[in-house]
Design a binder for this molecule. Structure first.
Ligand code: ADP
Length: 196
């Protein structure tokens, strides 16, 4: 098993427009994750369609189920608000909003490298739904958005950052957002003290 991993993080348009780029990236740096690539880009629909592919039925269903759970919790009726109570259909709808949102403004794309980087980054980012994210995480400290509110407004939850979910996703996403020559190999001054 490879202990040193790379993870792709995006500061989404809400993070950029709220002036939170430094706040968000600082949290990874101070934990000991190394920035090995970084750029600001405003991508088009073709690019975001590759980042949020509709083809993953299981992912669409998971997203839709989360929406249905919060609708039930807050007494909202999915058919009335969305015209359907089917989890996959709701997931696909949400994915289209994701694509529109991610291409609605500039994002900051970063590749982070470090010990168990994929899990470590996800821990620092926090729960997908900011209303359920722990304080101390990016999403828990900086947002309280909920899928009940987001979905009734026909938009995705604005949760500030994206982080790769597993090794295959990290490899795919890193290749999608960066060319090999944009990723840099160097040593940080605190590496020996932290990990030696
Ligand atoms: P994550 O970004 O934490 O990996 P997912 O891949 O499941 O989460 O979802 C992709 C994005 O879709 C989320 O970051 C969020 O912006 C949005 N999203 C996910 N679930 C919902 C939902 N139930 N309602 C609204 N937006 C959602």
């Amino acid at each position: 098993m490879e202990l040193i991993e790379r993870s792709l993080v995006l500061v989404k348009p809400d993070g950029v427009k709220r002036g939170l780029v430094g706040n968000i990236i600082h949290r990874f740096e101070q934990a000991g994750l190394k920035i090995v690539a970084m750029k600001m880009v405003w991508v088009d629909q073709a690019h975001v369609a590759k980042h949020y592919p509709d083809s993953r039925q299981d992912l669409m269903e998971a997203i839709g189920k989360r929406t249905l759970e919060t609708f039930e919790k807050y007494g909202l009726e999915p058919e009335k608000v969305l015209g359907t109570a089917n989890a996959v259909d709701i997931g696909r709808m949400t994915n289209q909003w994701n694509k529109d949102f991610l291409s609605s403004g500039p994002v900051v794309a970063v590749v982070l490298e470090g010990i168990h980087a994929i899990d470590s980054v996800r821990m620092i980012v926090g729960h997908t739904l900011p209303s359920m994210a722990q304080p101390g995480t990016i999403r828990g400290d900086l947002s309280i958005d909920s899928p009940a509110l987001a979905t009734t407004r026909k938009r995705p939850v604005r949760n500030l950052a994206h982080a790769s979910g597993n090794v295959a996703e990290a490899t795919y996403e890193t290749d999608l957002w960066f060319k090999p020559k944009e990723i840099h190999d160097y040593k940080r001054a605190d590496e020996d003290v932290m990990f030696g």
